[in-house]
Design a protein around this ligand. Structure first.
Ligand SMILES: NC(=O)c1ccc[n+]([C@@H]2O[C@H](COP(=O)([O-])OP(=O)(O)OC[C@H]3O[C@@H](n4cnc5c(N)ncnc54)[C@H](OP(=O)(O)O)[C@@H]3O)[C@@H](O)[C@H]2O)c1
Length: 303
């Protein structure tokens, strides 16, 4: 799999990162065996970067079991502190818990899940800096920060990467955050490229999600809004067909085509889903300016 360097001095990581929220049931129940097979399939297909979080239910423990026995340097493992307050003590304790669940001695990237709401930024970033100095986190990063918040964090300590949402329907990060990352050489590992399933072609208007699936509570997956997004997705799938690809692959290729993106984090529940996603990396080379313009026009329909 194609690699990209993370930030100006980070390691080279795969352009797809395995997103480990769905295997822990975040988008509906997934049994243990399917979760294990899905992680192993991703590794077998060459996806060696993995993203998880303290807040992703049992995700870290599932990964710990799936990765047990593999040489540690064969995966690039990123996790996050999710539960606030992001005080020094809480962040330190959260990383210890994550390391125990992951059965690891260090993580490659440790991130704040969001901008701290109840402690000063300097305290939260200072906590990350201490963990990096201890060697338990090789690099540190942030997630869901604005460009101003990222710049403020970088004035406190070197920040290796940011994790914003980015997909055809949620392109805000491409306006100012990703150009800033490209200019400043900050890594960008973007999340939710399939808009949590809207960009897969498998859903129809009126489809409902079980209560344990986070989408059951998202306005985008209800009623007329859902139908409007699906209509736009259907038109995108026509572009995908012209390219001999699927909508999933087109959505991933579009994300990878945005300047400044180091890697895109895709969630999956089955080996077949991962297998299809991998085709998006090669499709990126066949997406031209004209395709990107057509996709942007259709996306405006849904907004
Ligand atoms: N930092 C943050 O705040 C944040 C927020 C969200 C996500 N993330 C990270 O980003 C990762 C990706 O986001 P996400 O998992 O929420 O959403 P996503 O990648 O946009 O969508 C993943 C879902 O799409 C469906 N799917 C995937 N491949 C498919 C295929 N080939 N065919 C049909 N359906 C397919 C699956 O759900 P169904 O089969 O049920 O439709 C899968 O669970 C997460 O796992 C997490 O690591 C981070």
């Amino acid at each position: 799999m194609e690699l990209r360097q993370l930030g100006h001095d980070g390691p080279h990581i795969t352009r797809l990162t395995f997103g480990a929220w769905p295997i822990a049931g975040g988008l509906g129940a997934v049994d243990d065996a399917a979760a294990m097979q899905t992680i192993r399939c991703a590794l077998d297909l060459g996806i060696t970067a993995i993203d998880t979080a303290e807040g992703y239910r049992t995700s870290e423990a599932i990964l710990g079991r799936a990765l047990s026995g593999r040489p540690r340097d064969q995966v690039y493992l990123a996790t996050k502190v999710s539960r606030e307050p992001f005080t020094r003590a809480r962040v330190r304790e959260a990383l210890e818990n994550s390391l125990r669940a992951l059965e690891m001695e260090y993580v490659d990237l440790y991130q704040l899940h969001r901008y701290p709401s109840s402690v000063p930024l300097a305290e939260a970033i200072g906590a990350l800096a201490e963990l990096q100095a201890s060697g338990k986190a090789r690099h540190v990063g942030v997630s869901n920060f604005t460009v101003e918040q990222l710049a403020a964090a970088r004035r406190i300590h070197p920040i290796q990467s940011i994790q914003p949402r980015l997909n055809i329907f949620d392109a805000e990060a491409a306006r100012d955050l990703l150009p800033y990352c490209a200019r400043e050489n900050v890594g960008a590992i973007v999340h939710s490229p399939l808009a949590k399933g809207l960009l897969t072609g498998k859903y129809r208007p009126g489809d409902r999600f079980p209560p344990d699936d986070e989408r059951s509570g998202f306005p985008r997956f209800q009623g007329e809004t859902f139908a409007r997004y699906l209509a736009a997705a259907y038109r995108m799938s026509e572009i995908a067909r012209e390219k001999g690809a699927t909508l999933v692959q087109l959505a991933i290729a579009w994300t990878l085509a945005q300047p400044g993106v180091t890697s895109c984090i895709v969630g999956a529940k089955t080996p077949e889903q991962v297998d299809e996603q991998v085709g998006g990396v090669a499709l990126r080379q066949r997406l031209g300016e004209d395709d990107l313009r057509r996709i942007a026009e259709i996306a405006r329909m849904a907004a």
